[in-house]
Ligand binder design. Structure first.
Ligand code: HEM
Length: 413
């Protein structure tokens, strides 16, 4: 395929009546077409004239400050694209009904966000080509500018669903404070905190998972019954063990397992974990996620299952970015210097590596509750038909598209 900006076009001199081509068989479209040129369309005069080096003293600059600016600008451009795609996905999900014809669109956008994040994780190493000594040559000019003031980074966190009380306090105050001078930024931050986040919308969608209805297949009840039988078997095996030391070990294993399952079957227990910030999903959303995980081989659950994996990829890649950034910071300024934004620097950033910052932590923890395949409640004929593409009139997603997507997700990970 030719470049969309290619302004020259091959012509066949035998069929072209006028000779615009100077005998080269090419015409210069820039001279004949009224549209914008490459540089105009991309506004490169603005983009490429936005690298103002602060270390410029009497015309002499610190060479590496150029890279420092370029890399931050490249990050901000990619943040912008992430927000653009994330907003579209949130709009699609902001609906009381599941429109499964849109699932391919959702997965395409989410997959793109994953690809961009992978690039952003890797991009850190380019900045590592700058040595701490080179950085020191211009660091004094940066203060009080700091990545902590990246509005788009905060918008991404909020739009994904990171809540204020999950954040580590920065200099003993709210992260919003550094935007106090900028009413437009404050407005955007406020909106991003108030609008339903991706996490909220995903929960509403999971709550509508077909098969959860108490008067239908009632997956939760069946899962509970099977689990309770398995736990009873585990208890009786432990109690019948003749070796007293091993028996104590088995009983302790049983108690742990029982408590884990109580935490999802006992709704009050679950709510108390949500209150303590250890769980984020609603009780019903958790049920939907477990159900999709168990029956992911059924055609209508292919896309939802891929989506749940993609959400974990996003959390995992942002954590990897945080980690690479912390390592970069330690390499550049060590662990004792304050950041230019006034935080404790390395120590503050390290504290953001914890699970508190994982928006979809519940999906990671689902593995605790999976059962061996032979114990998964079998689907009824009715449920099998509900979860098959054959009987699903609204879906425009073909099996080929699903398997193509699955392949592209596998290749990307
Ligand atoms: C030499 C390279 C870098 C150093 C030494 C550095 C240092 C720091 C420090 C010390 C902080 C904590 C806030 C403060 O007190 O300033 C911070 C936060 C931050 N930096 Fe960097 N940084 C570097 C490169 C980057 C790059 C390339 C990006 C890309 C956008 C970036 C984005 C951020 C963000 C988003 C935060 C806020 C993180 C949070 O609060 O969770 N930084 N940086």
């Amino acid at each position: 395929m030719s470049c969309p900006f290619g302004k020259s076009m091959r012509v066949d001199s035998n069929t072209c009546p006028n000779d615009y081509t100077n005998g080269t068989n090419e015409i210069n479209m820039a001279e004949h077409h009224p549209g914008l040129l490459y540089g105009e369309y991309l506004q490169l005069d603005k983009v490429l004239n936005s690298q103002l080096l602060l270390s410029n003293v009497n015309g002499h600059t610190v060479h590496d400050e150029h890279l420092f600016i370029i890399i931050h600008q490249a990050y901000e451009l990619w943040f912008r694209q992430i927000i653009y795609d994330l907003d579209l996905v949130r709009t699609i999900f902001n609906n009381d009904e599941n429109d499964e014809t849109k699932m391919l669109e959702v997965q395409k956008r989410m997959n793109r966000i994953v690809m961009i994040l992978k690039l952003l994780v890797d991009q850190v190493i380019i900045l590592e080509t700058m040595t701490p000594l080179d950085f020191m040559d211009f660091r004094q000019y940066l203060s009080p500018a700091s990545g902590f003031q990246s509005l788009q980074f905060r918008l991404i966190e909020n739009k994904l669903g990171l809540k204020q009380d999950q954040r580590v306090r920065y200099n003993q105050s709210n992260y919003v404070k550094v935007f106090g001078h900028d009413p437009k930024a404050l407005e955007q931050l406020e909106a991003s905190e108030e609008e339903p986040s991706l996490c909220t919308l995903i929960q509403r969608w999971l709550e509508r998972t077909p098969g959860l209805e108490a008067d239908g297949f009632n997956f939760w009840n069946q899962y509970k019954e099977i689990t309770s039988r398995l736990l009873k078997e585990q208890l009786s095996e432990a109690e019948n063990c003749e070796d007293s030391v091993y028996r104590a070990h088995l009983l302790s294993e049983y108690n742990k397992r029982k408590e884990q399952f109580d935490s999802i079957f006992d709704q009050n227990f679950h709510e108390s974990l949500v209150q303590r910030g250890e769980r984020r999903f609603s009780h019903k959303a958790l049920q939907g996620a477990i159900m999709i995980t168990f029956y992911r081989d059924e055609p209508r659950f292919h896309q939802p299952y891929l989506l749940l994996s993609t959400l974990m990829d996003i959390d995992s890649l942002i954590t990897k970015w945080r980690y690479n950034h912390v390592m970069l910071v330690q390499r550049m300024i060590g662990s004792q210097q304050l950041g230019t934004g006034g935080s404790s620097g390395y120590h503050y950033l390290r504290s953001t590596l914890s699970d508190r910052y994982k928006v979809f932590i519940d999906l990671f923890n689902l593995s605790t509750f999976i059962l061996p395949r032979n114990h998964i409640p079998p689907l009824t004929e009715d449920m099998k038909s509900r979860l098959s593409n054959r009987d699903f009139k609204g879906s425009s997603v073909s099996d080929t598209e699903v398997s193509q997507l699955e392949r592209s997700v596998e290749v990307s990970l």
